[in-house]
Write a protein that binds this ligand. Structure first.
Ligand SMILES: C[S@@+](CC[C@H](N)C(=O)[O-])C[C@H]1O[C@@H](n2cnc3c(N)ncnc32)[C@H](O)[C@@H]1O
Length: 211
């Protein structure tokens, strides 16, 4: 993994993370690559692409998390975007706690191992189908990347949100057709184009609320 690519990418995102946090992000990337061989966590195997497609892509949403203290990452796979967000939070969003929900046991086990190895106090793993999760306290927001189309995302996760909570959907091209298929009771309140350094692909963060 190129530490310089990460450092430069973070600067382009306007994120000021300490050298220690950057080292922990690099350590997570190394864990992901190491365990990918066994657990098949991601199709991305190139070290540089792990930085752009996983670390920087996940962290690009950070400026849009203002006011959110509890965040559920649904269908998190190898811990994306949840683990990079939890790693960066102490430097730029100290109130943030991330709960990661993943149904596949081996992926959740990887995340638990990463939590232990990286000492992630603000990160919790739940190995369960999201529809079966009944949190003690509902979340300020739920986020997902590459999980499902918008209508399924809101349908499967609405029970996790506190009143006034928000759905954050990380998407590629602006998902006009998915928005048109949203069920009644949900609306898009913000749509942000995201520029992820060196990714070379469109990204959008779509923010939704209940009506
Ligand atoms: C395409 S992967 C995306 C993983 C990660 N978010 C990323 O961007 O790399 C979708 C993940 O959602 C998980 N998943 C699918 N249905 C789920 C459900 N009902 N509850 C929890 N996780 C689910 C799958 O096991 C898979 O790991």
């Amino acid at each position: 993994m190129s530490a310089a690519t990460l450092e430069q990418g973070l600067a382009e995102l306007g994120l000021h993370l300490s050298p220690e946090t950057q080292a922990r992000l690099a350590a997570f990337a190394a864990l992901l690559q190491k365990w990918n061989r066994v657990y098949n966590l991601t199709s991305i195997r190139d070290a540089g692409q792990v930085v752009t497609h996983h670390l920087l892509d996940s962290l690009a949403v950070l400026p849009h998390l203002a006011g959110i203290a509890t965040l559920a990452d649904v269908g998190s796979g190898g811990g994306l975007p949840g683990i990079p967000l939890a790693l960066a939070a102490p430097d730029c969003h100290p109130a943030l706690a991330v709960t990661s929900i993943e149904t596949v046991n081996k992926k959740a086990s990887f995340q638990q191992q990463a939590k232990i190895e990286l000492g992630l106090a603000n990160f919790t793993v739940v190995n369960e189908r999201v529809e079966n999760v009944r949190p003690e306290a509902k979340f300020d927001a739920v986020i997902s990347r590459a999980f499902s189309e918008l209508s399924d995302f809101v349908g499967l996760t609405a029970h996790l949100l506190r009143p006034g909570g928000r759905f954050l959907a990380m998407k590629g091209v602006y998902p006009r057709e998915e928005i048109a298929r949203l069920p009644a009771g949900f609306r898009v309140v913000e749509g942000h184009p995201l520029t992820v350094p060196r990714l070379g692909a469109e990204r959008h963060l779509i923010i939704l609320e209940r009506n």
